[in-house]
Design a protein around this ligand. Structure first.
Ligand code: GDP
Length: 442
């Protein structure tokens, strides 16, 4: 997952600061030296790091921080705010056209993830705003590109407009007409990429831009290429003018340098992030949530949004009722685990939970095999036991383990996860997250 190294190093630096009751300016400067190193190691560009650390230090050495009762926590709060600001502060969104279809021109180097993420984005717009998107094959140089777009279009059930190897400018114009005539209110132009930025590529993109006047030019860059992604963003913006960035492959980017530098280096916001190869693995980019994730405070909002997509209202009500009566049973537990599995990649889900909870909810505990074990254990229990887990004493546990061919430790592990889930759902049902470890004291 992204930012792992950075999270760890920043938290180590903050731990030292929090450990001291009183802080001096020298303590802060020493802490900031570690923050600076952590950011440089995360491949954040040098100038961005320099400005960031200067700004944070300025705010942290003020009397109101050093003389406060909890200087360590104040510093974490300041770093959180400044990280958020660094990534653009508020959320940047796609602009929709006020008249006619919204035209989104996807541009970027070859392999950045244009084709896949254009389709993912079209799917997201349909899910979130009920849009009726059209995908357009303007990359006529790679014969496989048209086919690839058709494949992803088919998987998502989104129509694809193509005219073979015709002139890309002409294709774009015809596609917009087609969209108007067929009630497609969003058009995604999948343009050609090159291995390097060259004049021919830019000229073609400029011609398409002049012809169809896109509502939005979205640059797709690969997070794993770090500072090269930042340089590509600057180059495309200078030559063509871009409105925002879709940062792909964040799932594979252990460092996070591009995510942290692009806004400061180019002035253009990251609007979306790609978080995996599957066609629903795209998220709106939220600077404040990303900052919280980096600081190990989790991203409960994204977690809850994902959960909300899975839980229907009736189920949620039933569950809430049980929680209120403190009657969550192991049968419910099995249902819950299945829901969690439906929410997507479990290691990504665990990464959204704050501190300890994320670590406890080890994805390995809920993989396919483990799910089968969980089911077997619960099915070996009597209905009375499933409804009243507190009666499970040592001899009952031994009987259950023998019944499903597993060990007592497996039964105990399951009961521990069950307790954890009770704790989590309790906090969620309150609508506040005070009860969740790791969220307190921030
Ligand atoms: P294009 O040449 O810019 O159109 O790039 P493609 O859309 O063909 O993507 C290149 C490769 O990156 C494909 O194998 C995609 O599956 C993969 N890819 C795209 N987005 C993501 C992402 O967010 N995460 C991961 N892990 N892979 C991605």
């Amino acid at each position: 997952m992204a930012f792992e190294g950075l999270s760890e190093k920043l938290n180590a630096a903050f731990k030292k600061l929090r450990g001291k009751g009183r802080l001096t300016e020298a303590d802060v400067r020493e802490g900031m030296r570690e923050v600076r190193l952590a950011l440089l190691e995360a491949d954040v560009s040098y100038k961005v790091v320099k400005d960031f650390v200067a700004q944070v230090t300025d705010r942290c050495v003020g009397a109101d921080v050093l003389d406060s009762l909890t200087p360590g926590q104040q510093i974490v709060k300041i770093v959180n705010e400044e990280l958020t600001a660094l990534m653009g502060g508020s959320n940047a969104r796609l602009t929709f056209a006020s008249k006619g279809p919204t035209i989104v021109m996807m541009v970027g180097l070859q392999g950045a993830g244009k084709t896949t993420n254009g389709a993912k984005l079209a799917g997201l717009m349909r899910r979130q705003f009920g849009k009726r998107p059209l995908l357009v094959a303007c990359d006529v140089y790679r014969p496989a590109a048209i086919n690839q777009l058709q494949v992803v279009g088919k998987q998502l059930d989104i129509p694809v407009f193509e005219m073979g190897q015709a002139d890309p400018v002409h294709i774009a114009e015809e596609a917009v007409k087609y969209a108007r005539d067929h009630g497609n209110d969003m058009v995604f132009l999948d343009t050609a990429g090159r291995l390097h930025i060259d004049e021919a590529l830019m000229d073609e993109l400029k011609a398409i831009k002049a012809a169809v006047k896109p509502t939005e030019i979205l640059l797709v860059v690969d997070a794993m290429t770090g500072q090269d992604a930042v340089n590509a963003a600057s180059a495309f913006d200078e030559a063509l003018g871009i409105d925002g960035v879709l940062l792909t492959k964040l799932d594979g980017d252990a460092r996070g340098g591009a995510a942290l530098s692009i806004r400061a280096a180019t002035g253009k916001p990251i609007k979306f992030v790609g978080t995996g190869e599957k066609l629903d693995m795209i998220e709106l980019f939220h600077p404040e949530r990303m900052a919280s994730r980096i600081l190990g405070m989790g991203d409960m909002l994204t977690f809850i949004e994902k959960a909300e997509q899975q839980y229907d209202e009736k189920q949620a009500k039933k569950l809430e009722e049980k929680l209120r009566k403190n009657r969550l049973t192991l049968t419910d537990y099995l249902d819950q685990m299945e829901q969690l599995q439906n929410m997507g990649d479990l290691s990504q889900i665990a990464g959204m939970l704050p501190g300890n909870l994320g670590k406890q909810l080890d994805a390995s505990q809920i993989d396919e095999k483990q799910m089968a074990h969980t089911k077997a254990i619960i099915l070996s229990m009597t209905p009375l036991e499933r409804e009243n887990p507190q009666i499970l004493n040592a001899s009952r546990k031994r009987r259950i383990a023998a019944g499903c061919g597993l060990q007592v430790v497996d039964v105990n592990r399951l009961l521990k996860s069950f307790e954890m889930l009770q704790q989590l759902t309790k906090s969620m049902s309150k609508g506040r997250f005070r009860g969740i470890p790791g969220m307190g004291g921030m």
